[in-house]
Design a protein around this ligand. Sequence first.
Ligand SMILES: CC(C)(COP(=O)(O)OP(=O)(O)OC[C@H]1O[C@@H](n2cnc3c(N)ncnc32)[C@H](O)[C@@H]1OP(=O)(O)O)[C@@H](O)C(=O)NCCC(=O)NCCS
Length: 434
Amino acid sequence: MVDDNNSPGSPDKNRSPNPDGNASPENDAAIDVLARKVQESLVLGKTHKFWETQPVGQFKDIGNTSLAEGPIEQPTPLSEVKQEPYNLPNLYEWITCDIDSEEMCMEVYKLLTNNYVEDDENMFRFNYSKEFLRWALRPPGYFKSWHIGVRVKSSKKLVAFITGVPARIRVRDDIVTMAEINFLCVHKKLRSKRLAPVMIKEVTRRVHLENIWQAAYTAGVVLPTPISTCQYWHRSLNPKKLIDVGFSRLGARMTMSRTIKLYKLPDSTVTPGFRQMELHDVPAVTRLLRNYLSQFAVAVDLDENDVEHWLLPTENVVDSYLVESPETHEITDFCSFYTLPSTVLGNQNYSTLKAAYSYYNVSTKTPLLQLMNDALIVAKRKDYDVFNALDVMQNETFLKELKFGPGDGKLHYYLYNYRLRNPLKPAELGLVLL
Ligand SMILES: CC(C)(COP(=O)(O)OP(=O)(O)OC[C@H]1O[C@@H](n2cnc3c(N)ncnc32)[C@H](O)[C@@H]1OP(=O)(O)O)[C@@H](O)C(=O)NCCC(=O)NCCS
């Protein structure tokens, strides 16, 4: 399972060079691509030895609308959940990672920095910061036991990692407590040894021990079977650097100076009352978001504690802005992005790409286009090189107009032990995983 979400400089979770491109990945096209991939893998006889044994939608059931929506397997009594961890090869041992500990956090950070998701051409690798990891892994109600590492017994070196955090996710009318699974990583030297399925089974076991039976995850790879297939779009903020590091290319008949001019943004935001979110805004932002997210088929269910954790600004981790009406002081609009740099691999001049990822945005009074343009202005001012957004929620309504270009990879969303009758359009998803 697992995450893989992101993109450019976002590896595999899809990268997209060429923000100057103007292809338009409609959802139908995305579904066609997925259908083709499934077809190809059937033709190639590609099987999923592990995933075929799991309670997930299977390729053979695609289009079988007689199957009911909802849990695939019923919970078992907790006493029947396996009490001991799964077996690892003899040289390795399980650990529960105490992410509060500076040393442990540093070990996890190093494993991911050197071994986590890369783009298809191995030019960029995600570089989640330690502060980000602490934020991502300690939301309200988190379980330490879901932060799982594998070490070499003799040297104690950390060689694999997987995590879950609890979340309430609404699927149509049902609010389901799930685990959001993320940060699955196996050291490069231990790949293709079937360690990943053991990691996934172990996190699943520990999730079951908390009486939770569903999970959500994203990946750049096609597994049985996506509930939706999304695409990253990228808005250049620092086009010269993006071109220099090979993230994007100079468009046809474009010069560098014309490109720089094309992506230029004003120095200050334009919306009156646009400001950073503060602690006292939590109730108003929660109301705004809950109301907004209710329109999507699958969406995160956030209460005030969640909003305080996930959306209150944390430097270099998450930024949130809102519009407070200068007349009524009502909070009418909201936008947010998280910070996920990527290491630039093998470039003489640059070592990191600073990327902002669109998170949750709500417009009620300010047009979404103007709100997101203000978000771009803020991100530019904070020195981000690129602003990324998935085509989820209502994002398609501003992407092209604000000069985002489509990425070249896909991000697939999955649910564990929950079937949907048909795949969803990205615009039916109100969920962003980190
Ligand atoms: C993803 C990763 C942990 C898989 O490990 P691996 O050594 O390549 O693969 P293993 O031999 O251990 O296991 C293969 C099984 O894991 C599954 N798998 C691979 N990547 C997966 C993913 N991202 N999510 C869920 N399952 C995945 C495979 O489909 C296969 O199962 P199948 O036979 O049923 O299809 C490893 O490649 C890695 O660390 N990559 C870099 C980081 C990354 O991409 N993480 C995932 C982010 S979503």
